[in-house]
Design a protein around this ligand. Structure first.
Ligand code: SIN
Length: 301
């Protein structure tokens, strides 16, 4: 049996009558109606539950924990062969990476979504949903970590990125899923909340006051989404040192592709900073939140 967990998204979107058809609302159509619109699904033994009904821009760490609990329940059922999660595309890569770190290997876990709402004449959701169910039922999708299928392409959660604002080919990844491995290093996570970690963007003239503001609001970690090779603006140094004195963990990441190498162009050892290696800032944030929640060291990969 394949278990579907619906969380909302454009895949469950419908035209917003209040906008005169100009816009749609994500996360409106319930999972039962989505399944009924997919020819070919009757070949599979399915169960389904609606755990959230969100536009994924409104996903939260609490939402990740709700989804994780549903995934754990499903995987713990001996009748379940695999799990499919229906999710909005905007933060799909974040939820997928959170699950990559918290779900152990074994049964396939596959996320999918859609770029067009369910009532669009050429909706992509039904084909994506069918592809995800087929993938979750494949024995060779076991022990590959969390996978994502969009527009007939299979991606790994670790490498997936929504690279374009629109179009069916909005997602990109660099890795070959057939050689992917599960991670699950936080599979024993028992937290019912995750510590606050904020992402601070580096840009010309970025104000250091944002660092103090995040710390004052309770951030326990900061991921710096810096320019170039993770270059820290000189004007940020006093605020970053104040943050470190309060025990806030600082991770240098880059807004560019490619690795941020420790001590390569900053005094990481002297300042007590960590580096994200090639993890993009939103994924470095998730790894740091889980490390802090589990009282374990941050590992970039
Ligand atoms: C969302 O992320 O929920 C809306 C956008 C989408 O699913 O494509």
């Amino acid at each position: 049996m394949i278990h579907l967990i619906a969380t909302g998204g454009t895949i469950a979107g419908e035209a917003d009558p209040e906008s005169g058809g100009a816009r749609y609302r994500a996360g409106v159509r319930p999972v039962g109606a989505l399944l009924a619109a997919v020819p070919g699904l009757d070949a599979f033994d399915l169960s389904a539950e609606q755990v959230l009904a969100l536009d994924s821009k409104d996903m939260t760490p609490e939402g990740w924990l709700t989804i994780l609990a549903a995934v754990r329940r499903a995987l713990g059922d001996p009748a379940t062969d695999g799990v499919v999660i229906l999710h909005g595309t905007d933060t799909l890569e974040e939820t997928a990476y959170f699950l990559q770190l918290t779900v152990p290997g074994g049964k396939p876990v596959v996320l999918t979504g859609a770029m067009r709402p369910a009532d669009h004449p050429q909706a992509d959701g039904p084909a994506n949903l069918l592809a995800a169910v087929r993938l979750a039922a494949r024995p060779d999708a076991r022990d590959k970590g969390v996978l994502v299928v969009m527009n007939a392409i299979i991606h790994t959660a670790r490498h997936l990125q929504k690279a374009r604002t629109s179009g069916l080919d909005a997602f990109e990844s660099s890795a070959d899923w057939t050689t992917a491995r599960p991670d699950g290093r936080f599979a024993d996570l028992a937290a019912d909340a995750l510590p606050r970690v904020d992402i601070l963007p580096g840009y010309a003239g970025a104000p250091a006051g944002l660092i103090d503001a995040c710390v004052a609001e309770g951030a326990r970690g900061l991921v710096l989404a810096l320019t170039g090779h993770g270059s820290v603006p000189s004007a940020w140094l006093p605020a970053l040192r104040r943050a470190r004195e309060k025990g806030v963990v600082i991770v240098r990441a880059s807004r560019c592709a490619g690795p941020v190498i420790r001590n390569a162009n900053a005094d990481d050892d002297a300042e007590g900073w960590l580096t994200a290696s090639s993890l993009p800032p939103p994924k470095a944030r998730i790894a740091l939140m889980l490390a802090l929640a589990s009282k374990r060291p941050f590992e970039a990969d």
